[in-house]
Design a protein around this ligand. Structure first.
Ligand SMILES: *[C@@H]1O[C@H](CO)[C@@H](O)[C@H](O)[C@H]1NC(C)=O
Ligand SMILES: *[C@@H]1O[C@H](CO)[C@@H](O)[C@H](O)[C@H]1NC(C)=O
Length: 808
């Protein structure tokens, strides 16, 4: 191998296509090394418009994106730079006057060292006959700049005390370390943090075996690369091993955002997969100690149960930094303590925590209970259901994250005083003991019964459930399982309306004659009963003409069911994709349906009190009432089911192939713009009467989006709609709907309009921007193989999606 390189060098000495050089050879300004498959290139460059020269590694396909810089701090002022490899394998960068600008400072040495640029972007000094990473004499992966490439470790080696961290560039013209840095903070239980200077700005949180508790992204089995967290006595690190030929990077930019980007090789642009921090609750300790943060809530910060604001005046002025203190006396263990279980939280700052990864859950709680200064405990690894994490003192930087399925046990003082306070605070939960509660429930039942009589639901078993914050007086029917079984004829298959991703749906008739639809959730959401009820109550509060009305729920014997109003006309897919039935939906009705869906989505995204991202908008989730008004169903299911949790062994389907936006399918990142994408697909389906998934055309292999795009480019725009209603010609305004549909399915989320713009565009004559190429318009177009020379690393987006998401 070595000889071959030598030979090549000898023959093509002036060529740039080498990836390796040997001692006593050098790289002058203007010469480069290129990795074997042509992914990375090493050489001299000017950052931005600066005239300074630096030695660095960039992407061959995007020379503007520099992944690593050798001489970050000391620049070269002219083109005289030269990189030498010494006999011992040391790298030395000299300027024109032979002054050392930068050096790899290797202490050891090697018999036959060579310098090689690998396809991973790693620049290594290794023995010419030994490619084992453990034996590298030096590697650039040990000295990250602002970019974490797949295969690179971020973390600390306890033995050598070496920290591998990212630091932002000062500016686009100056690669010297800037203000922001990303670390694995190994004080206490290790956690991933973003710092500004020395101060923590954002905590992606600790690793719980499944993900980081502070961010929904960055987890194992990511379609792009395989994120790992390793903690042992030698080292702690996070690493993302490449799983396929997609080119991706994680970096910290100059304004302090951690971003994950994927290179679209076709368009040579970087697709945005993930960035953090995201919202105000990501600001470190915004709410101070012992409080939780909830974005999009009327109160951003609220004290944990049993705690009160330290400074009530400050608190009322939204100055939360002082946080909350324990109500009454400080922790007193004489009267006995109990633990309150919280679920759905980003775990508190672990920098002062204690941990032991081999303890069991019981031992852990026991240990916390025994030590009076222990304030909280949790499992350190929820995938193994083991390990112990204990906090002493204040709990800092907690936020609500319903997709975190981890219990946090917080110590409560068990005094009578506190108990009554607590019940006042959480509101009255049916079944609680206090006399007051019994009286209230009696009263409520009485009032409800009177109301129910009018609604014809008299003999069903129901209870009222009041939500936790004590202010909202929202009610929810809690049905008895017996009455639901009766209503659905014991869930007989005759009554089955369909099978959704979350479980089967049955038609039912209550004793009083009211028709209902019962969604029997296939598996418990992993939430506790109270959390489930809370979630359902929140969702029941969403009321809009174009949303299906949630009447109540039933939680019993491990069964979770949701009870909806019954929609006699089934769902949209039943009509638009059926040759005969589709004739019942004329153009006016179709336009009316699209408008209704748009308004319903706008309400979910913007006008309701909590922002809901649907995540599974599709034709079968749009139901039709008697007058063919569209009603969106399954909204809020993602919330109940813990968001983007992907579990191959359950029926938790989190999206539907054909409606998923690229950024979601690839990185599991949702935003309102991914819903907009699904909406766009739906619009084109309604207009064309064709399914996006499974679409075929004699002239090309594209899906419906690709077909619409071709017709659009070729100015045959209305042809998309010609087959839809046979003889009835599509009216000209259909063009606007196609146009808006294409705007919604554009590749880049930031190019897609928001739902409010969509509603505006559909309802007015204003001129619309030209759509750019849609995302996922072909099964193959997004990521091509790395080279056009018949590379076998090809990886279609189709495979990607199917391997990680259960498509249906
Ligand atoms: C850094 O990333 C954030 C989030 O993606 C973005 O809003 C910001 O403009 C970026 N800053 C720079 C200088 O690229
Ligand atoms: C309780 O835990 C703290 C912190 O780990 C420790 O310093 C203290 O000795 C413990 N107390 C008891 C009684 O174990």
């Amino acid at each position: 191998m070595f000889l071959v390189y030598y030979f090549l060098f000898f023959v093509f000495g002036a060529s740039n296509a080498l990836d390796t050089i040997a001692p006593n050879q050098s790289i002058k300004d203007g010469q480069t090394l290129v990795s074997a498959r042509g992914i990375f290139e090493l050489g001299f460059f000017n950052p931005g418009n600066s005239s300074k020269r630096y030695l660095g590694i960039w992407y061959k396909k995007d020379t503007q994106t520099v992944a690593w810089v050798a001489n970050r701090v000391t620049s070269l002022s002219d083109l005289s730079g030269i990189l030498n490899v010494t006999d011992q394998g040391n790298l030395v960068l000299l300027d024109g006057k032979d002054r050392v600008i930068w050096s790899s400072n290797i202490s050891g040495s090697m018999r036959y060292p060579v310098l090689q640029l690998l396809d991973s972007g790693n620049l290594v000094v290794k023995d010419r006959n030994d490619s084992h990473p453990e034996n590298f004499l030096w590697q650039s992966f040990d000295h990250p700049c602002d970019t974490l490439l797949p295969g690179m470790k971020l973390g600390r080696n306890f033995k050598t005390r070496m920290d591998r961290f990212l630091s932002s560039w000062k500016s686009t013209e100056d690669p010297a370390p800037g203000q922001f840095s990303v670390w694995i903070d190994s004080n206490g239980f290790p956690q991933l943090v973003l710092r500004e200077g020395a101060a923590i700005q954002y905590r992606a949180g600790s690793w719980n075996g499944v993900g980081f508790t502070g961010t929904p992204a960055l987890k194992p089995n990511d379609p792009v690369c395989d994120f790992k967290f390793v903690l042992n006595e030698n080292e702690v690190y996070y690493k993302c091993d490449p799983t396929n030929s997609l080119v991706s990077r994680l970096w910290v930019n100059q304004t302090g955002s951690i971003e994950r980007l994927i290179l679209s090789s076709q368009r040579k642009t970087w697709l945005h997969a993930y960035s953090a921090p995201v919202d105000q609750c990501d600001n470190y300790s915004l709410c101070g100690a012992n409080a939780r943060c909830e974005t999009n809530s009327s109160r951003v910060c609220s004290c944990l149960e049993g705690f009160v604001p330290k400074s009530p005046e400050g608190w009322s002025l939204s100055n939360w930094t002082e946080g909350c203190v324990r109500r009454g006396s400080p922790l007193d263990c004489k009267n006995g303590n109990e633990f309150k279980i919280y679920a759905g939280f980003k775990l508190p700052d672990t920098s002062n925590s204690w941990f032991n990864t081999s303890m069991s859950v019981e031992e852990c709680r026991e240990m916390c209970l025994r030590n009076c200064s222990c304030t909280a405990s949790a499992n350190s690894d929820i995938s193994k259901k083991s390990g112990c994490l204990l906090w002493f003192g204040d709990l800092v930087d907690m936020r609500l994250r319903t997709d975190v399925q981890q219990d946090l046990f917080i110590r409560m003082v068990n005094s009578e005083q506190d108990r009554t306070d607590k019940s006042r605070e959480v509101g009255i939960i049916v079944g609680s003991v206090g006399l007051m509660a019994i009286l209230m429930v009696g009263l409520i039942l009485f009032i409800r019964k009177k109301k129910l009589k009018k609604q014809g639901m008299l003999n069903s078993n129901y209870k009222k459930y009041k939500t936790g914050d004590g202010k909202e007086d929202m009610e929810l029917w809690v049905f008895d399982i017996a009455s639901i079984a009766k209503a659905t004829d014991n869930f007989s298959s005759n009554n089955k309306l369909g099978q959704g991703g979350f479980g089967p749906v049955y038609k039912g008739t209550l004793q009083e004659g009211q028709e209902i639809a019962v969604k029997r959730l296939s598996k418990s959401s992993g939430q506790g009963i109270e959390e489930f009820k809370n979630e359902v109550t929140l969702i029941a509060k969403l009321q809009h003409r174009n949303l299906v009305k949630l009447l109540g729920c039933c939680i019993q014997e491990d069964e979770n069911m949701l009870i909806y109003e019954y929609m006699p006309n089934k769902s949209l897919d039943f009509f638009i994709f059926d040759q005969t039935r589709s004739k019942l939906l004329d153009w006016l009705k179709r336009i009316h349906i699209i408008g209704g869906i748009a308004r319903g989505m706008l309400y979910l995204h913007q006008d309701s009190r909590m922002r809901i991202i649907h995540r599974d908008l599709k034709a079968s989730n749009v139901l039709l009432d008697n007058d063919m008004n569209p009603k969106i169903s399954d909204f809020g299911m993602a919330r109940i089911f813990g968001g983007d949790e992907i579990e191959a062994n359950t029926n938790k389907v989190v999206g539907t192939y054909g409606y998923m936006s690229p950024e979601y399918a690839i990185d599991g990142v949702f935003s309102m713009k991914s819903d907009v994408f699904s909406f766009g697909v739906l619009v084109l389906e309604i207009v064309s009467g064709k399914k996006n998934r499974g679409f075929s055309h004699p002239d090309h292999y594209h899906n419906l989006l690709g077909h619409a795009w071709i017709l659009w480019k070729e100015e045959r725009r209305l042809e998309l709609a010609v087959d839809t209603l046979g003889e009835s010609r599509p009216p000209p305004e259909v063009l606007r709907y196609i146009h808006v549909g294409l705007l919604c399915v554009q590749q880049r989320p930031e190019d897609r309009p928001s739902m409010s713009s969509v509603v505006l565009m559909l309802g007015s004559e204003c001129s619309l921007p030209d759509p750019k190429q849609p995302g996922f318009f072909s099964e193959r177009n997004l990521f091509e193989p790395e080279s056009s020379s018949g590379n076998t690393h090809s990886c279609t987006t189709n495979e990607l999606t199917l391997s990680t998401l259960e498509a249906r």
